[in-house]
Design a protein around this ligand. Structure first.
Ligand code: SF4
Ligand code: SF4
Length: 243
């Protein structure tokens, strides 16, 4: 009898396989994936460079570490978490993607993400767009004055900074003061209409945190601590982060 053309020589050793086992229920049984496709059908990244979340999971299961740490799929995932919500087995694919990203050397990670994460370290507002607290406060102040003067019925509107003892502290994306400042006003009005006692923090103003997308836990913690210190300075009860 002729020798088979395909030889299966056993599983490769895989760093990611251990991670997969942690994120699959029932003691890491990969058969838990039903290949039902619910994850792929709702995934906004499905189809980008032929990405399919099921393929990522299967590659990890097969020990394809080299492919996992070089495929552009690692950067197509938006970390939106939709796949977990629809997965009947609650398999955590974005955590797997996070581990894939973390394994990439920093100089190989996408420059836009790394640049944004690094920019946030260089200013006291934590802005990935490089806005200092003074710049944000100036933009907000000018916009508020404009609304108070020009919009009937909104003369009393407030957008305070560092109001001690406010119940809520609000973070927003620094894209708004930088590029879409009018987008901030509807939220101020909503908070006013429902009678929320709120304030912006000058320190740690920016809501975004690119360290998550970069998969750098140390930078991530640094950014969150900056934001948290802004909340603590005010003594707020609740922290509203719009990202
Ligand atoms: S939704 Fe869950 S069970 Fe279904 S294919 Fe995706 S990972 Fe597997
Ligand atoms: S977290 Fe990533 S893999 Fe999951 S649905 Fe969102 S983009 Fe797709």
């Amino acid at each position: 009898m002729a020798e088979s053309a395909i030889k299966i020589s056993g599983k490769k050793q895989s760093r990611f396989l251990d991670k997969v086992k942690e994120i699959v229920p029932e003691g890491g049984n990969l058969d838990a994936c039903l290949t039902c496709g619910a994850c792929s059908s709702g995934c906004p990244a499905t189809g980008i460079d032929d990405l399919d979340p099921r393929k990522v999971l299967r590659m990890a299961a097969l020990g394809m570490d080299e492919e996992l740490t070089t495929t552009p799929w690692a950067w197509a995932c938006t970390m939106c978490m939709r796949c977990i919500y629809v997965c009947p087995m609650k398999i955590n694919i974005p955590q797997l993607v996070f581990n894939m990203r973390a394994a990439w050397p920093t100089d190989k990670k996408p420059k836009g993400i790394v640049g944004s994460a690094m920019a946030a370290r260089k200013n006291d507002s934590g802005s990935a767009m490089g806005l200092t607290s003074e710049m944000v406060m100036e933009t907000v102040g000018e916009l508020l004055e404009e609304v108070q003067e020009e919009q009937e019925g909104w003369e009393h509107l407030q957008a305070p900074f560092d109001k001690k003892g406010a119940t809520y502290v609000l973070n927003q994306n620094s894209r708004e003061p930088q590029m879409e400042e009018d987008e901030m006003v509807p939220l101020w009005k909503i908070l006013d209409m429902v009678g929320i006692d709120w304030t912006y923090p000058s320190k740690g103003w920016a809501a975004e945190n690119y360290s998550l997308f970069m998969a750098d836990n140390e930078l991530w913690e640094e950014n969150v601590r900056l934001k948290a210190s802004g909340v603590e300075n005010i003594g707020a009860k609740y922290w509203l982060n719009t990202e």
